[in-house]
Design a protein around this ligand. Structure first.
Ligand SMILES: C[C@H](O)[C@H](O)[C@H]1CNC2=NC(N)=NC(=O)C2=N1
Length: 103
């Protein structure tokens, strides 16, 4: 099996979370919420995330509010566990967050 598709152990998740400030593992989901200065910046972040997700072929659940965006991701193809694919997507999302004024 592709090593990217192995579920990460609790210890591995804990280690990877050290490089993802603001992210947490809740059950089998990797999660983070962002706040923005208004609605359009939050919407723009959704579009930018969508672009990354299509590039990676990996997609989070995105919950958009007025000035808030919640991101939750796991890997469906192995029954909803956290893998390197989820950590990779979270890292890519973190890279663009500041440019959208996310905090
Ligand atoms: C064929 C396609 O790449 C797969 O269905 C991808 C799409 N996006 C996905 N996203 C997530 N989060 N988990 C998956 O298993 C998954 N599978």
């Amino acid at each position: 099996m592709n090593a990217q598709l192995e579920p990460l152990s609790g210890k591995e998740i804990e280690e990877r979370l050290r490089e993802l400030p603001g992210w947490s593992a809740e059950g089998d989901l990797l999660r983070r919420s962002y706040r923005f200065h208004g609605h359009f910046p939050a919407v723009a972040m959704v579009i930018h995330i969508a672009q990354i997700q299509e590039e990676l072929g990996h997609h989070a659940e995105l919950t958009l509010g007025y000035n808030q965006l919640a991101v939750a991701v796991n890997t469906h193809s192995i029954g909803g566990r956290i893998t390197h694919l989820d950590v990779g997507l979270a890292g890519r999302i973190e890279e663009i967050a500041a440019a959208h004024g996310a905090r």
